[in-house]
Design a protein around this ligand. Structure first.
Ligand SMILES: NC(=O)C1=CN([C@@H]2O[C@H](COP(=O)(O)OP(=O)(O)OC[C@H]3O[C@@H](n4cnc5c(N)ncnc54)[C@H](O)[C@@H]3O)[C@@H](O)[C@H]2O)C=CC1
Ligand SMILES: O=C(O)[C@H]1O[C@H](OP(=O)(O)OP(=O)(O)OC[C@H]2O[C@@H](n3ccc(=O)[nH]c3=O)[C@H](O)[C@@H]2O)[C@H](O)[C@@H](O)[C@@H]1O
Length: 467
């Protein structure tokens, strides 16, 4: 059934940067009935999008975009897109520099190009990229400097941080817990409240493939100053990262005292003050944001002479989890030189092709250093790994089952459903040595032969047979 957009007044929106966040934002706003132009400097990405192809893997995104029809356009041309826009979202990348601070050069370039083409009427520039506190004010200064006919108060900079997770981006965008809008003058925030009215009031027809969850009503609107909004984004990611690191630290102690982290996490998470989510022990957090954002917060503290020992510890525990994966292999195989190790999962988490700061990368790199032979598989990220992981030494397996044949060990790095639901007992029989390192505590079946090592749980040697 064709989607009927919300009855709220449509606006003209430009989304600068068509990565994970830009595409999610563009699709959401077009779905609500706004006229959206996605703008990127990468001609290849824009060409793909114009052909109806997606440059990233994100479940359901293609379907949602297809429902938006002509309300969604793509361009590389600032001069054509910016003058007519009511609202301009900046969603460019802010990757980490070796110092830990985010690299703001893409943001500066985008802000300058936006400023050059502002039209002299009230337009709102929204910063959705994750940026250090104070960056919104800096963007306002860039606009002041580069807008040809800048007049005080005509342009408004608002911070609207993004909280979506890759792999569940649409669900997170359509049914968020909160909407954070930070601005130093009410006009910009007021316009965003109008823009987001369908989301705030939840008066849109839920897409068939991303239904509204039972009991969900609406997001909480958190209106703040510009700098508080910027801080909220970093503090939220830092808290989630440290919650995982805490679970990993307790998991280490569980292994030593013969307790089970899965039981412990359930037991503490059922206290509503703690909450069940983000207590899964494993190979540690990865992805494009937790590492980058914890480092950025620590280095902002350093800038002000303010130490952040809790965050530094969360980062250190996370590094330890990555080494633990190899230590568990060594515990059973000892010298890894010449051993054949299968790695299942390359993306940093399931349902994405994103390889940024993926724990699998560090595992393969270390196995290379130790002289092991690596056979790797991922359901969607292998083509991307071919482009981005050329410095690593591994061969691709055509399937998970193929990866296991003749292997001395298999490491489950990413809990893709294909892997957790694989017929493990049959597959391990094709291995040279049936050693399974499940770094995500994702395998629920018991192995009839061999050894299963998990994180913070008792190993199974030999495992009890189920069924
Ligand atoms: N990936 C995620 O799940 C989330 C990311 N964020 C934040 O959102 C921001 C964007 O992240 P991603 O979407 O992952 O980035 P990305 O790296 O996937 O995409 C960034 C896009 O910006 C484009 N770009 C760079 N400079 C440009 C310019 N001057 N003009 C136009 N386009 C330009 C690039 O070509 C690229 O397509 C970052 O600050 C990130 O921390 C926030 C929440 C979630
Ligand atoms: O700023 C961002 O980019 C985003 O970062 C995270 O989202 P994302 O990185 O996509 O994925 P998560 O689901 O948070 O997982 C991050 C990492 O933590 C790991 N993780 C997650 C949960 C858990 O309990 N244990 C655990 O090890 C995952 O395997 C993954 O490597 C946040 O969850 C989003 O709210 C935020 O918008």
């Amino acid at each position: 059934m064709p989607h009927t957009p919300s009855l709220h007044a449509p606006m003209k929106v430009v989304v600068v940067g068509t990565g994970y966040v830009g595409l999610g934002t563009a699709a959401l706003l077009a779905y609500f009935g706004h006229q959206v132009t996605g703008l990127d400097i990468d001609q290849g990405k824009v060409d793909m999008l114009r052909r109806g192809e997606l440059p990233i893997y994100e479940p359901g995104l293609g379907e949602l975009m297809a429902e938006c029809g002509d309300r969604l356009q793509w361009t590389t041309d600032y001069a054509a897109a910016i003058p007519g826009a009511d609202v301009i979202f900046i969603c460019v990348g802010t990757p980490p520099l070796p110092s830990g601070q985010p690299d703001l050069r893409y943001l500066a370039a985008a802000a300058q190009d936006v400023a050059r083409h502002l039209n002299g009427k009230m337009q709102v520039v929204v910063n959705k990229s994750t940026v250090p506190v104070g960056t919104g004010d800096w963007v306002a200064r860039i606009i002041e400097e580069y807008a040809p006919d800048y007049k005080e108060h005509q342009y408004n900079v608002v911070s609207n941080p993004e909280f979506l997770r890759e792999g569940t981006a649409l669900f997170d965008s359509l049914y968020p817990d909160r909407l954070v809008l930070g601005g130093n003058d009410g006009a910009g925030v007021a316009r965003l409240l109008e823009l987001y009215a369908p989301l705030i009031e939840q008066d849109f027809q839920a897409p068939a493939h991303v239904p509204r969850p039972e009991g969900y009503t609406r997001p909480e609107v958190v209106a703040t100053s510009l700098s508080s909004a910027e801080m909220i984004k970093y503090a939220a990611n830092a808290f989630l990262a440290l919650k995982i690191s805490f679970a990993n630290e307790i998991a280490g102690l569980c292994e030593r005292v013969d307790a089970d982290i899965e039981e412990v996490a359930r037991g503490i998470g059922s206290d509503a003050r703690i909450g069940r989510q983000f207590l899964s022990a494993g190979a540690g957090w990865g992805g494009s944001c937790f590492g980058k954002d914890t480092s950025a917060l620590i280095s902002t503290g350093e800038e002000y002479g303010y130490d952040m020992p809790i965050l530094r510890a969360a980062v250190a525990v996370n590094q330890g989890q990555r080494q633990l994966v190899i230590a568990k292999l060594q515990k059973h195989l000892h010298r890894l030189q010449g051993k054949r190790v299968a790695v299942l999962g390359m993306a940093f988490k399931p349902n994405t092709d994103d390889l940024r700061d993926a724990p699998a990368h560090d595992a393969i790199a270390r196995l290379n250093e130790l002289g092991a032979t690596v056979v790797a598989h991922d359901p969607v990220a292998m083509p991307r790994a071919r482009r981005e992981w050329g410095h690593l030494n591994y061969t691709e397996a055509e399937s998970a089952e193929h990866a296991l044949i003749g292997a001395d060990a298999v490491i489950l790095m990413t809990e893709w459903k294909q892997y957790t639901e694989m017929e493990w007992n049959g597959a391990v029989r094709t291995m040279r040595q049936p050693l399974v390192i499940d770094t995500r505590n994702a395998l629920r079946c018991a192995l009839s032969t061999g050894t299963l090592e998990q994180i913070g749980r008792r190993g199974q040697t030999p495992a009890p047979v189920l069924g």
